[in-house]
Design a binder for this molecule. Structure first.
Ligand code: B12
Ligand code: SF4
Length: 494
């Protein structure tokens, strides 16, 4: 039998679940950035002469019937669908549609399928790409089949799951082409970019891998423990191109982890090349110091987001966050001293967490006085220790991740995602939602309203309201301020 290479593919960025008409529009968590993973794969395939089309359902805000119409026109021979757990329902529906209607070869990849190979038991999934997709996909297409292609799992002759060995990580990320942003509706992403203080912008990803093992996160299992970083020159080349092409005024590096040398090199490059962009970054509290924060501030960094996760040291240790409360206090003080705003992310409902520890988190949030504070409930993702603990501690068994869909939930910005699975060891999902709402109210009641009423902040907020998302944040803040003035905040009964 002669095996022919595959020379065309339709890559698909599935829609939010609200596009399926199952929940109210806007109730889904919003996505403010293009799917760069698909962009990188597209760029590598295109450079190697493969015909790549992109169906960017999020960026084009397509409804389900429009997606079907689009697919009926394209009749793809092969599709590559990106699958994140919150998008599993639309992703599987797309895969099924393409297989049943056009008998397409269906390849899936991304952070969900890597840890859920049982998806291959479904008749409409042919291949799962595990880990980095660029060269696995290229080799698979050039070979015209999965046999011997590292990083691939597929159905064997008798329907059993065959997993080839993992592919070695891409060592030199500078050797990758820039993601094919021309295939996305960048106007949508730039308009919806949650920029706030940094204005019109988008994300770049400067590194892959993380040496930490936080219990709720699958990043190091997916990308590996060693950090592979692009050079500062390569990142700034991309930023200059983005500025010239899309007129961005700001950016957000969405790396999992920043290390000081890399940040210092980036700051120097931004300064030497006089790039003049505003930005904000997410850092770990134990990996910042005064010198680094001042260097960031001097080249346009306005805000730093920290994943604090909990106010109880026992919980921080239990989830292997490897930070102390004093490091948190210090990082917030240093960041404010350097003249930047802070945001703190907390999670409620960690494995083994008690009600007292949840209240400790809320009080700690007030103590460190971030300019912005988000509370989420602990969600279970495949490939995490939290998933293992859920199985061990209360017999959690998620055979079918589409079951995680909760259409009854209304979702405010930063609130629970309708498609997330709560960790329910000590509290039910409904109780966790109540506690999360209380945490938010209590924070605004105690601290947030003072920030919100600061005239400088109010003016900046109004000036930077450009998108429906910004407007929603503004209205939520206004509502919280009024709640502070008129409504008492009571602890929920749990
Ligand atoms: C940027 C980012 C966002 C952006 C969105 C950007 C976007 N549209 O992609 C924002 C801030 C909006 C966001 C939101 C959320 N995010 Co997020 N995000 C990231 C982050 C930090 C980087 C993504 C990225 O660009 N990576 C770089 C590119 C190159 O990698 P990639 O996209 O994964 O693609 C590679 C491979 O996965 C694979 N691949 C991917 N798709 C496909 C498809 C095919 C066919 C093939 C062959 C291969 C393949 O090949 C690609 C190239 O190597 C990742 C963490 C991480 N380091 O990846 C989390 C991550 C993807 N997010 C995550 C989560 C949980 C969320 C939220 C649910 C958080 C929340 N509670 O609200 C929301 C969901 C929003 C929604 N509506 O559902 C989880 C997903 C876990 C899971 N199992 O699904 C991650 C992995 C973080 C983590 N470690 O837990 N996120
Ligand atoms: S939460 Fe951040 S630091 Fe922790 S393992 Fe994930 S990427 Fe690494």
């Amino acid at each position: 039998m002669i095996i022919m290479p595959y020379n065309e593919i339709l890559l698909i960025n599935p829609p939010n679940i609200d596009a399926m008409g199952l929940i109210k529009k806007g109730a889904d968590a919003s996505v403010d950035a293009p799917p760069l993973g698909l962009g990188y794969i597209a760029a590598v395939l295109r450079d190697n002469g493969i015909d790549v089309k992109m169906l960017d359902c999020v960026g084009r805000e397509l409804k389900w019937n429009e997606i079907e119409e689009e697919l009926d026109k394209l009749r793809p021979k092969m599709v590559g669908v990106s699958v994140w757990t919150p998008f599993i329902r639309p992703a599987m529906a797309l895969a099924k549609y393409c297989k049943e209607k056009f008998n397409s070869i269906v390849v899936i990849g991304g952070p969900h399928p890597m840890f859920d190979l049982d998806l291959l038991k479904r008749p409409y999934i042919d291949v799962i790409v595990r880990g980095e997709g660029e060269f696995t996909m290229l080799e698979y297409m050039q070979k015209g089949g999965p046999e011997g292609v590292k990083g691939i799992s597929y159905k064997g002759a008798d329907g059993e799951i065959v997993s080839n060995p993992m592919r070695e990580p891409i060592r030199n990320l500078d050797s990758l082409p820039m993601p094919a942003r021309d295939l996305f509706n960048m106007d949508f992403y730039i308009k919806n970019f949650g920029g706030g203080a940094i204005g019109k912008g988008t994300i770049v990803v400067g590194s892959r891998g993380c040496p930490f093992d936080c219990a709720f996160c699958s990043s190091s299992a997916f990308w590996g423990h060693s950090i592979r970083a692009r050079s500062a020159k390569n990142i700034v080349d991309e930023l200059e191109w983005l500025k010239k092409t899309y007129g961005i005024t700001g950016f957000r590096p969405d790396d999992d982890l920043f290390i000081k040398d890399k940040i210092m090199a980036l700051c120097k490059e931004l300064k030497d090349r006089n790039v003049n962009l505003n930005w904000r970054a997410q850092c770990r509290v134990n990996m910042v110091d005064r010198e680094m924060l001042e260097a960031m501030k001097n080249v346009g960094c306005k805000q730093i987001f920290y994943g604090v996760e909990a106010g109880s040291q026992r919980i921080l240790d239990f989830i292997s966050k490897r930070i102390t409360k004093d490091q948190v206090r210090n990082a917030f003080k240093l960041t404010h001293d350097a003249g930047m705003e802070t945001a703190a992310y907390f999670i409620i409902g960690h494995p083994s967490e008690t009600i007292e520890e949840i209240y400790e988190t809320i009080e700690f949030a007030k103590e460190i006085r971030p300019n912005y504070c988000a509370f989420s409930i602990m969600s279970i993702y495949p490939g995490t220790r939290v998933h293992e603990l859920a199985k061990e501690r209360y017999g959690f068994d998620m055979k079918n991740w589409e079951d995680s869909f909760h259409p009854e939930d209304k979702c405010l910005p930063d609130d629970i995602h309708p498609c997330s699975v709560a960790y329910e060891e000590n509290f039910t999902r409904a109780e966790l939602v109540e506690l999360m709402k209380y945490a938010k109210k209590s924070f605004y009641h105690g601290v947030g309203y003072r920030q919100a009423l600061n005239p400088k902040v109010v003016l900046r907020f109004i000036a930077s309201t450009r998108s429906p998302k910004d407007l929603r944040v503004l209205l939520t803040t206004v509502r919280h301020v009024f709640m502070k003035i008129f409504m008492p905040v009571r602890r929920p009964k749990v």
